[in-house]
Design a protein around this ligand. Structure first.
Ligand code: RP5
Length: 160
């Protein structure tokens, strides 16, 4: 005859803390840096440099709101679920990328207006494209070609 199971004591099972946290990816990126073209990379790298200095993990992707609209939509819709907490989006000319990111995600979006060889009025085209968002779809905008400030602002958002 088999022994009866011991009575339940109501004690909370002890878990191994290391095992409990084994599934958490501490290196998962918190900031997504996206940009409309590879040609934006030299400036946008500076946002990453600031985040690196501050020990904040980030990822970098090139995707254009106009040339790769489905990619941008998918990336931004999945951003929060993937663990991202801030999106930094840089673009020049008719700089739709930050606004489109904010349309597809409720994460804070920081826009970086960039100048390029085709810029109108020295980059004012990109500034206005990023700043002039309709009510309810906010994008924070740093200065022209000032991706470093986007990195600093992302860090402040994450520390808040
Ligand atoms: C924008 O057009 C990009 O963000 C870039 O700043 C500008 C020029 O892009 P490329 O022609 O260099 O790819 O969409």
């Amino acid at each position: 005859m088999s022994e009866a199971a011991p009575p339940q004591t109501g004690a909370v099972p002890q878990t191994d803390p290391e095992a409990a946290f084994a599934d958490l990816d501490v290196d998962a990126p918190l900031v997504g840096i996206i940009m409309g073209s590879k040609s934006d990379m030299p400036e946008m790298d500076k946002a990453g440099e600031v985040l690196t200095e501050k020990g904040i993990h980030f990822e970098v992707r090139v995707m254009s709101a106009h040339r790769d609209p489905e990619t941008v939509a998918d990336y931004c819709r999945n951003a929060r679920m993937r663990g991202l907490r801030v999106i930094i989006a840089g673009a020049g000319l008719s700089a739709a990328l930050p606004g489109v990111a904010a349309a597809h995600s409720d994460l804070p979006v920081i826009g970086v207006p960039l100048s390029s060889r085709l810029s109108a009025m020295g980059g004012l085209d990109a500034i206005l494209s990023i700043v002039q968002m309709p009510p309810g779809v906010p994008v924070a905008c740093v200065g022209l070609d000032n991706a470093r400030n986007a990195g600093h602002l992302a860090a402040r958002i994450l520390s808040g």
